[in-house]
Design a protein around this ligand. Structure first.
Ligand code: SAM
Length: 282
């Protein structure tokens, strides 16, 4: 099994895999967390993840840009919430720590900011635990976000987050892994109902609307991973903001949501492939 290979891909590998590769992990089954890590140029992925990523990029040649645009939307949405007074975040489907983690963004704006990360993937959990060992104001819960009760009642969540104050709910790049049968509207609503009015939701997910042929190919590719994908339309994603007032410009491609000043990627922003929006709970 390739635990430390990858130099041939020009990626720097972590020196000591024993610090981040959990025991008993099935390295043969690629995961979305490790695929995304690879697309972002990270080093916490295995041979089968990289193979999947190369098939993903064949299906959707803009794969790396899409990942970067999504990550950049996450950063801008956190800064937006910080500007609006939010100092605590619940980051659902947080992924393997990489450039621009939520606690880094939030705590560099205000060192008292608190962050609870949630991911069910073993490498994401192990690496986050290691990274946060000396950070008393950030933690990770290893759990399935489709079971909101487990997460909202977890001791780490109750310890760090004050549910009498506004919370920034972050659901970036994750609901395309939530099957319609899981009832995504119910899941979002359970998190919404747990936070006070004036709390925020940042949400992004893949759609067929912007690049249908590429999206159909990606859905096929992802069937061989642990995390099959379910793209949603503009109307379906907008409906998930029930109970929130969407801020301008509403649900748009990640590249169009409050782009940084002077933003010009020389590309069609709709090729960012993922819809994104931010809303404030009524
Ligand atoms: C594409 S990454 C997004 C990471 C980060 N939110 C971002 O936008 O940069 C999606 C993450 O969601 C996690 N994930 C998918 N379904 C999940 C579920 N039901 N419960 C918890 N985590 C989940 C995956 O393991 C992966 O790490």
């Amino acid at each position: 099994m390739d635990r430390a290979g990858g130099q041939e891909l020009g990626i720097s590998r972590p020196d000591d895999v024993t610090t981040w590769v959990p025991d008993g992990i099935d390295l043969d089954r690629p995961s979305a967390a490790r695929l995304y890590d690879y697309l972002l140029g990270g080093a916490h992925n295995f041979a089968h993840d990289r193979e999947l990523a190369e098939r993903f990029i064949k299906a959707q040649p803009n794969g790396r840009e899409i990942a970067r645009h999504n990550r950049s939307f996450l950063r801008r949405s956190v800064l937006f919430m910080i500007e609006h007074g939010v100092r605590q975040f619940l980051d659902l489907g947080s992924g393997i720590p990489t450039v621009g983690n939520v606690h880094e963004i939030a705590q560099s704006a205000d060192p008292t900011s608190r962050v609870v990360y949630v991911d069910y993937e073993e490498v994401a959990y192990a690496h986050s635990t290691m990274m946060l060992a000396d950070n008393p104001l950030a933690t990770i819960v290893q759990a399935d976000l489709t079971r909101p009760h487990d997460i909202l009642t977890a001791p780490q969540t109750r310890e760090l987050l004050d549910f009498d104050q506004p919370v920034g709910l972050l659901m970036a790049g994750v609901f395309h892994f939530v099957a319609p049968a899981k009832d995504p509207a119910r899941i979002v609503a359970e998190y919404r109902d747990a936070v006070v009015p004036g709390s925020w939701l940042a949400f992004s997910q893949f759609t067929r609307d912007l690049m249908p042929a590429e999206m159909d190919r990606v859905v096929e590719v992802m069937k061989s991973s642990r995390d099959p994908m379910y793209p949603r339309s503009h109307a379906e994603i907008t409906a998930l903001f029930a109970g929130f007032d969407l801020v301008e410009p509403g649900v748009v491609s990640t590249a169009r949501w409050h782009p940084d000043a002077g933003f010009d990627d020389g590309d069609d922003p709709d090729r960012a492939g993922i819809y994104a929006g931010v809303g404030r709970k009524r």
